[in-house]
Ligand binder design. Structure first.
Ligand SMILES: [Zn+2]
Length: 240
């Protein structure tokens, strides 16, 4: 499946046409359709501290597991609510907090390198916002300098920051491109993500083989030749 950038907009239109009832929300989630480039955060999202959030989530996880009939006095499980709460706030959803946004400091392109730079096979761990199950894959990011360059590991950090949220893959792809376009002051940025969604691989249709590819091509990458060059680099089988 190859999903292009304007995919979201058409679904946003469909979404607006439909009434926001639960059945439609369920369908929307099961079909992994995102509705906006911004994560749906409330205005009061950061009124609570991380520690307050962990305390509340701990109670909620306790409640879920108790409702399922689990005995939380069992040695193996008694720490689970606290572990899950900390993991949600500090790790897998840590990228919701703008305070954790990586600095994307840039440098002057002193050596006047004018070709594209590709950072490929960036390991990506995210979480599907419809099922709260892992998305595991690779991101490939490229840009053509307009005078500024960015540290290579910064590209990995930007991918990781936006991945650590409840996500849909299309939105994640667009957010990475937008962030780099801003930092590098150029439209000439592209990103391709190829990822497995455990909500597809391990439940529901249980198709272990399928993966989802999304792409966003900005500026010069809209040109067929430039895009082809980027996609050819991604295919290089680099071994060290
Ligand atoms: Zn899902």
């Amino acid at each position: 499946m190859f999903i292009f950038a304007d995919f979201n907009l058409s679904y946003l239109y469909i979404y607006n046409l439909m009434s926001n009832n639960d059945t439609f929300s369920d369908d929307l989630g099961d079909n992994h359709i995102g509705t906006s480039i911004d994560n749906p955060l409330r205005k009061d999202a950061f009124d609570l501290t991380d520690e307050q959030k962990i305390e509340l989530i701990k109670k909620d996880v306790t409640n879920i597991l108790t409702t399922l009939g689990m005995d939380l006095t069992d040695d193996s499980m008694k720490g689970t609510p606290n572990r899950v709460a900390k993991m949600f706030v500090k790790e897998i959803f840590g990228g919701l907090n703008p305070a954790k946004r990586p600095s994307s400091s840039t440098f002057e392109n002193g050596y006047k390198y004018g070709e594209m730079l590709v950072e490929k096979n960036i390991t990506l761990y995210s979480t599907c916002e419809h099922h709260l199950l892992p998305i595991v894959g690779r991101a490939h990011v490229a840009y053509i300098s307009s005078g500024k360059v960015i540290g290579l590991s910064k590209m990995n950090r930007i991918v990781d920051y936006y991945a650590k949220r409840p996500q849909v893959q299309e939105r994640l792809t667009m957010q990475i491109v937008k962030e780099l376009q801003k930092a590098l002051n150029t439209e000439d940025v592209a990103c391709v993500i190829d990822a497995k969604h455990l909500c597809v691989n391990s439940r529901g249709i249980r198709d272990i083989e399928s993966s989802t590819v999304t792409s966003e091509f900005g500026g010069k990458f809209k040109d067929e030749k430039v895009r082809r060059e980027f996609l050819d680099y991604i295919k290089l089988d680099t071994k060290f």
